[in-house]
Write a protein that binds this ligand. Sequence first.
Ligand SMILES: [Zn+2]
Ligand SMILES: [Zn+2]
Length: 624
Amino acid sequence: MSQNNANGNSQSKDNKGEQLYGRKRREGRETRSIKYVKLEKKRPSLTRDAAATRADEEKPQSKRKRGSAGGKKTGVELKVIPLGGLDAIGKNMTVFECGEDLVLDDAGLMFPDDDHPGIDLILPDYTYVLENAHKLRGIVITHGHEDHTGSLPYLYKDLDVPVPIYGTKMTLGLIEGKFAEHKIKNAKLVEIKPGDKIKLGCIDAEFFAVNHSIPGSVGIFFTSPAGNVLHTGDFKLDQTPIDGVTTDFGALARFGEAGVDLMLSDSTNAMKRDFTPSEREVGTTLRAIIAQAKGRVIIASFASHIHRMQQICDAAVECGRKVVVTGRSMIQNTDIARKLGYLKIDDNNLVDAYELAGIPPEKIVVMCTGSQGEPLSALSRIAGGLHKTIEIDEGDTVIISATPVPGNEKAVTRVVNLLSKIGADVYDKSRAMVHVSGHAGAEELKLVLSIAQPRAFMPVHGESSHLRAHAALAEQTGVPESNIFICENGESLVLDENGVHHGESVQSGVVYVDGLSVGDTSQDVLDERVTLGAQGFAALSAAVSMSERRLLAPVSLEMHGITGGDDPYVAAEAIDAVEAAIKRHLGKGATAVELKKISRDTLLNLLWERTKQRPMAISTILEV
Ligand SMILES: [Zn+2]
Ligand SMILES: [Zn+2]
């Protein structure tokens, strides 16, 4: 394979980058024998045992062949520290640290579920980044999804100096919008293109194109004196993508040849057996549904899914309909994507939601937010008859062009039922291919592992079950089990001349954004909210004379949200029990603090006996 061919479509910038930073590594490498071995090597489908045997036989040779170990400086370490993304699909953030240089790869957030009542957002704990802020050379962002960018405004406000943020045009466009909402004006946003290579202290980052459910997605190949790390970013291998951008196989092969000491790869769909279908198939389905629809067509999808929005617009125009965009984030992202050239639709095919009067329903496609059943979203408001300008009638068609994120299933079902009750014809993923995933399935993951040939592997971007499934795929493709690291957030991996091994852990966890407060809501507060929501609340108060050792007035008790708590007999019984306990313990010389605990315990015991509920209870003893 010639150097040019190996570079594939990364073209001249790669060559320039190699000249700048890759020269030393290439010198002295036996390139001819490397290429010979590569060409000769056939990788038929192997059984697991055969793959393991082959790995054992070939690894020493492949180490030499990849030429990576020889190029490393001794005594230098590269630490890879995931601060988020290994316990859930969300809040992705990984630190790369080499000597006095630190690079942050992605800075995402996670949206709360039912376990986090009242919480707006969940961020990874990035204390380690702040503690080492003087070393931070840059933040590299793989793509514009919020699980990769959402922490940036908070992190940026916590950093004293505006650290450069590197991303593609689309990614930076979305970050700019978020920063404007947070009134951040000093951001240093640096645009990169696939094929660019930047120097961040002693760590170099080379970006390569990947295909994903948002345009402008990249993976990153980090090179350092201590070793090379390939991070795929979120990706799939769509061979017929909407914007023509495929995952750059040429770059992956070139990295494999340069030597991938450690690979980090997207585990979201590691448990799905097959190839993820092409986004284009959704377009075909949408067109067929719109073509036969009688009334309005309302399509809800993710506001960042520009490819999907393009397909909705194309299908609408082909069917002689105009597109109305509604929902704040959908309107905002449509504007950004059109301005940056990622979404193409003529002005005369777009209609403002306030100018719908006079346009027949069968000439309209509404593109809106609310695919997750969010109660305040455009779709929920339309379904509930609360939207200012868009109505829904019997016979209209609604397409949920998304899959519910785990935790949102109930909310989506609620909206679907509301729409069905009105008489709308509702399509979701279970009825037609109106959505495909943006993440690679198992076969795609194996293909990328086979091309990149990593010496060590850390699955990322997933829950434990996804990480474990991905680890098994890596082993099947020949990565030795001892070189596969299933880590937790905050654990570190160290690359040095001996390979990859576990390092020290750093502070990690989650930070809750709750209204205006960031990081002030503790787990205890959340536990209390869960108890309040599930078990209700009881408050009792009693006035006692400590000198006369007697109760001065009847105990007062208020109960809310307790099933059976509104039963007057239960309330009377509880008051009697508490009064008796207070009197008894006053006689025994109890202090006011002790009375507070005794009265609360008595109340809770009685309520448990009568209602099998344990509400949050507070007791107040007034000393007179
Ligand atoms: Zn993504
Ligand atoms: Zn992601």
